[in-house]
Each structure stands twice: as structure tokens, then as C-alpha cells.
Design a protein around this ligand. Structure first.
Ligand SMILES: Cc1ncc(COP(=O)(O)O)c(C=O)c1O
Length: 370
């Protein structure tokens, strides 16, 4: 098998057989002509069930994560499909005690209505994971690094302890450049492709990638039955993003290192976290809201993983749904999605915001607020 960089550039792409275009067409269609009733090419009878642009993206995602992929309309749609494919009424799931707020909301507010039960566990404590497992545990849901606390979880160790429960890993923060959970023994990977895989903050999407053909069929069945499928243009954008993923993650990593090193010595900043790769950095500061409001280059916005830098306060923005639960987030926590701009400009922007300086004094026509 070729190196990751080579696969990232070529995965899922074959020149168009009709015209030879190096990049296949965006198949903006809802249906496909049938020469006779029930006769059609491949899976292509109706575009909720299958679309060639989506199929190309799914081949690419499967190649990069070493499994079989299904693409969804959002990361949450992907998470919903996997959980409903795996868990029956009354089943139990183990969730991390630090996780994306929307994942908690899906389980706590939607799937719990159909009897799904859950426990929140610090998955860096392997004995706590073992203690949380029950005979009816269908799924151990892992997020690593976690959002927003950036805890790193040992996927292989969780797999070794999970017995009959399936292990699914939300690989949105790490990306397959850094971590390929199926190669570590996990059963499923979920992505918000909205983030690093798309990489340019211009599309919303999700993916489930699994090892077993049986589970792939079950996810496919839910995908078609529920219908949370991505449009062809969104699939095209994510697929284009994949081709530079390795380059972007390398650049995010350089900038994540530079920004976190600066933060470690910054006044009144504490608990700086950076997992050692990628662009996700978090820290605590008594004036979290003020800092997030004062930056100019870091846009105040939800989401992450794009080439441009973003700043947010999770407790007030992305994680309101975990308020009052064991996964609640401290109000003084700031989360950065460090982009691929010049590190010196990013550090200068943060320094001005932390100092409470009037950041408008920063020069540059491209600097604006979101
Ligand atoms: C780790 C993680 N998983 C899943 C999601 C949900 O993805 P989407 O917003 O594409 O539905 C997000 C969104 O922020 C996330 O950060």
C-alpha cells in the first residue's frame, strides 16, 4: 500500500470514463434513467440511495481510514446512523466525560427517548472504563482528542478492555493523518467532515467508516432509510479537501506548537493544552469572553479545522447542552482552532487580546472579525 500522502492525493479518483476529466463530474441529479424497470448501473437507482460523486468520496474515505465508508449530511447524522445501527432499545453506551456537546445532546435528549442508557467516563482512566461496562453495553464511544478538553485516549487499550461491546472513535480532531482507529482495532470511525477533512469551512458533512462488511450494510441501511445524505457539491468539496489533508495537518501542527508555546508563558493563562499534533489548543483565563471578543485574526466562531483560525468559549457556545451534566465545561475555558496563517501573526493577535490591548491597532486589511 502506498504512503498516506500518496493515498490522500489519489484516493477515490479515477479519470471520468466518458470524457477523461481528471476530476470526475459533480453528479447533480436526483435520479437515473433505467433502460427497463429495475435495471440500472451499479447502485444508482435513486440519489438518496447512491450518487457517483458521493461514491467517489466514500471510496476515498475508506482508503484513508482503512475500512468501508458511508458519507452523511453532517457529523451528527453520521453519529446518529452509527448509534442506531449498533444499539437496540434499552442498550447501554459508554460516553467520554469530555465530548462534543451535540453528541451528548443526541444521546441524552433524543436516543434516551427510545431507552438508550449511558454513563460518562474519563476514558484516560482504563479501570473506570472497565467498571462502566455492563453485559448490555453495545458501544464504547471514544473521542480522542476530546472536545474541548483535548484529553488523549489510548484506543488500543480501550479495545482490549471492551469485550463484546463495539468501539467507535470520533476521529474528527486527530484525522487519519495522525490516527487510524480501525488499524488500532476499533470497529468504527466517525467524522465531522465539516472540520479538518473538508478543511476550508465551506461545507457541512459527516462520515462513518467501519471494518466489518456486516456493520457497513447496517449503516448503509440506516443511511438510506433515514436519508441524511450529503449533496453532490458537498461531497465534491470534502473530497477536494482530502487531497491536501496531510499538508494542512502538518501546517496546523507547526502553528499549534507555536501558539501553545507562547500561551504557556502568557500572563494569567493556565492549563494550556495541545495534544502534540494538529491545530486544537485550549487554555483557561479569567477573561475568556474578553479575549475571544478582542482577537481580530482569530474569528469568534463555532466550528474548527479550517485553514483560518477560530476562537470560541465552549461553555457559552458549542457546549451548552452539557451544562449541569458530568461533562460540563468550565466557563473560563477558551478553545482555539489554530489555522495555517503565519504563526507570528497569530501569536501577535493573541498577545494583543490577552493584554486587553485595543487590537484594532493591528494593521492589515485582511484582519476582520467574524
Ligand atoms: C468532535 C466532533 N464530533 C462531531 C461533531 C458534529 O459534526 P457536525 O457539526 O458536522 O454535525 C463536531 C462538531 O463540532 C465535533 O467537534
Amino acid at each position: 500500500m502506498s504512503e498516506f500522502a500518496t493515498r490522500a492525493v489519489h484516493a477515490g479518483l479515477e479519470p471520468d470514463p466518458a470524457f477523461g476529466s481528471v476530476i470526475p463530474a459533480i453528479h447533480q441529479t436526483s435520479t437515473y434513467a433505467q433502460p427497463a424497470p429495475g435495471e440500472f448501473v451499479g447502485d444508482f437507482d435513486y440519489a438518496r440511495s447512491a450518487n457517483p460523486t458521493r461514491a467517489a468520496l466514500e471510496r476515498a474515505l475508506g482508503e484513508l481510514e482503512s475500512g468501508q465508508a458511508s458519507a452523511f449530511a453532517s457529523g451528527m447524522a453520521a453519529t446518529h446512523a452509527l448509534m442506531t445501527a449498533v444499539a437496540r432499545t434499552g442498550a447501554h453506551v459508554v460516553l467520554p466525560d469530555d465530548l462534543y456537546g451535540g453528541t451528548y445532546r443526541l444521546v441524552d435528549k433524543v436516543l434516551a427517548r427510545w431507552g438508550l442508557r449511558y454513563d460518562l467516563v474519563d476514558q484516560t482512566d482504563l479501570d473506570a472504563v472497565s467498571a462502566a461496562l455492563r453485559p448490555d453495553t453495545a458501544l464504547v464511544w471514544v473521542e480522542t482528542p476530546t472536545n474541548p478538553g483535548l484529553k488523549v485516549v489510548d484506543v488500543e487499550a480501550i479495545v482490549a478492555r471492551s469485550g463484546d461491546a463495539l468501539v467507535a472513535v470520533d476521529n474528527t480532531f486527530a484525522t487519519p493523518v495522525v490516527q487510524r482507529p480501525l488499524e488500532l482495532g476499533a470497529d468504527a470511525v466517525v467524522h465531522s467532515t465539516t472540520k479538518y477533512l473538508g478543511g476550508h469551512s465551506d461545507t457541512v458533512g459527516g462520515a462513518v467508516i467501519v471494518r466489518s462488511p456486516g456493520l457497513h450494510e447496517e449503516v448503509r441501511f440506516v443511511q438510506n432509510a433515514v436519508g441524511a445524505v450529503p449533496g453532490p457539491l458537498d461531497c465534491f468539496l470534502v473530497h477536494r479537501g482530502l487531497r491536501t489533508l496531510h499538508l494542512r495537518v502538518a501546517a496546523h501542527t507547526e502553528n499549534g506548537r507555536a501558539v501553545s508555546e507562547w500561551l504557556r508563558d502568557a500572563p494569567d493563562v493556565s492549563e494550556v493544552r495541545w495534544p502534540g499534533f494538529g491545530g486544537m489548543v485550549s487554555f483557561r483565563h479569567p477573561d475568556a469572553i474578553g479575549i475571544a471578543t478582542r482577537t481580530r485574526l482569530f474569528t469568534l466562531a463555532e466550528s474548527l479545522g479550517g485553514v483560518e483560525s477560530l476562537i470560541e468559549v465552549p461553555q457559552a457556545m458549542t457546549h451548552q447542552s452539557v451544562e449541569g451534566s458530568a461533562a460540563a465545561v468550565a466557563p473560563d475555558l477558551v478553545r482555539l482552532s489554530v489555522g495555517v496563517e503565519a504563526a507570528s501573526d497569530l501569536v501577535a493577535d493573541l498577545a494583543a487580546a490577552v493584554a486587553g490591548a485595543d487590537a484594532r491597532a493591528l494593521s492589515g486589511s485582511q484582519q476582520h472579525h467574524g
